[in-house]
Design a protein around this ligand. Structure first.
Ligand SMILES: [Zn+2]
Length: 429
């Protein structure tokens, strides 16, 4: 299958300021050319992209997709820990079927925000994997651990087997990673076992870290170490690509520690604001060469999967925090949402920029909008003015998975109805 996108405003996201007007050829899963169509390229489908901006699809580096069910629920909790005490009893009632229903809604929302890869941490990853395949999207699904070693071992054994078939069917679009929830919900042995499993199976780790001041204070009291120092001291970060979600309270010495490690930070600005957690020092991370990606977190602490909103907020918060608009440029903010996310998940050789030979994860943004007129600087426009609803068409691994905002692999109306009735059912249990 060959697809031709004609006359688009193209932002490859390789170099600051680089944009061009031209065509893009997609041949099977790959980008075949960018710029001028060679005579040898004969497309099966042609899309007129003359009113569109083409850029790499976005990467959501931290979420809990099936929390769509608890959207706009218990929003008055004053902080993360009070909120978790409201959410955990609901999660205890969830079944694999609930998570499938909710994940279907989640993948629709992700695609409608221009996201083709998400880094998930939730229960029943085998259910989310089914929704991922139905939508034709990509995911690194964190096999989520809580509590002690025995329950973690059992969870890994069960979930790994249950997820096998969906991973085999995904054409490399799904990877099962390990995701110990946090230092205050997992034992030392759970982290160490999860680390060994990921290390032995060439996977990544994904965990929450330094999200609140309480987490840091409690860790100092219990272990005499900050959360990052604690994880490092128990060997949970050794030689393992890891995504640390939040990192609001990293100290200067922790930032220096991160420089020598294979670790990326997933910044979650909406969630950190909503739960009064704080503002992560993103400009400082950038200045120290740390790879910073961006996540939406779950839809019950955000309350959506809109990465355009997260990029906008990241930029505003960084300026408020530092008093310096130059600390995080629009290009750097867009990198957080694209190539840095791909790098955080070990996918930067495949996706994250528009380059010949990479897999075609491309979004087309409709520029024919009042709030995008005049466009002037397209990088500024994408960070400060664009909305998720401007994403018109999405390609993932060369396949068109959304066109004119319709997600092609799922029936949105039906999914929304099923989520409504699923949520009613859960509340009655
Ligand atoms: Zn989270």
């Amino acid at each position: 299958m060959k697809t031709l996108l004609t006359n688009a405003l193209i932002i490859p996201m390789k170099t600051e300021g680089e944009s061009l007007r031209g065509d893009i050829g997609i041949d099977g899963p790959h980008i075949s050319f960018i710029g001028e169509k060679p005579d040898t390229f004969v497309p099966d489908t042609t899309i007129d992209a003359s009113t569109m901006l083409a850029m790499p699809a976005l990467v959501n580096a931290h979420t809990h997709l099936a929390m769509e069910l608890m959207r706009n629920y218990k929003d008055t909790a004053p902080n993360l820990h009070a909120w978790l005490s409201e959410i955990f009893p609901i999660e205890d009632k969830l079944t694999a079927k609930d998570v499938l229903t909710s994940s279907r809604l989640g993948v629709i929302e992700l695609l409608q925000s221009g996201i083709t890869l998400f880094n998930d941490m939730y229960l029943f990853p085998e259910s989310t994997a089914i929704a991922v395949n139905e939508a034709g999207i990509r995911a690194t699904l964190g096999l989520t651990l809580f509590g002690d070693l025995a329950s973690s071992k059992q969870r890994i054994r069960e979930r790994e087997k249950l997820t096998d078939a969906a991973i085999a069917a995904s054409k490399g679009r799904i990877r099962l990673d390990i995701a110990p929830h946090a230092i205050y919900t997992c034992s030392k042995e759970t982290y160490q076992y999860g680390h060994a499993w990921a290390h032995d199976n060439a996977r990544q780790m994904h965990t929450h870290l330094s999200e609140t001041k309480k987490e840091v204070d409690d860790c100092l009291k219990e272990h005499g170490k900050t959360p990052l120092e604690y994880l490092e001291s128990i060997g949970a970060l050794q030689d393992l690509p890891t995504v640390l979600a939040h990192c609001v309270y990293l100290t200067e010495s922790e930032i220096q520690m991160l420089k020598g490690m294979h670790i990326s930070v997933a910044h979650n600005p909406s969630s950190n604001c909503k739960l009064a957690s704080g503002i992560a020092p993103v400009a400082t991370f950038f200045r120290n060469g740390i790879n910073v990606a961006i996540g939406c977190d779950g839809s019950s602490s955000n309350n959506n999967q809109n990465l355009f909103e997260e990029m906008h907020l990241s930029s505003l918060l960084s300026t408020v925090l530092t008093g310096d608009i130059a600390g995080l440029t629009p290009f750097q903010t867009l990198k957080m949402g694209t190539i840095n996310g791909a790098k955080a998940l070990g996918m930067d050789k495949k996706i994250g920029t528009l380059e010949v030979g990479k897999e075609a994860d491309i979004i087309l943004i409709d520029l024919n909008k009042a709030h995008l007129t005049p466009l002037n600087d397209p990088f500024s426009a994408l960070v400060y003015a664009a909305q998720a609803s401007d994403v018109d068409t999405v390609f993932c691994q060369g396949n068109m998975v959304m066109h004119k905002r319709k997600v092609l692999g799922l029936d949105q109306e039906l999914v929304q109805k099923e989520v409504e009735s699923c949520w009613q059912d859960i509340q009655g249990r």
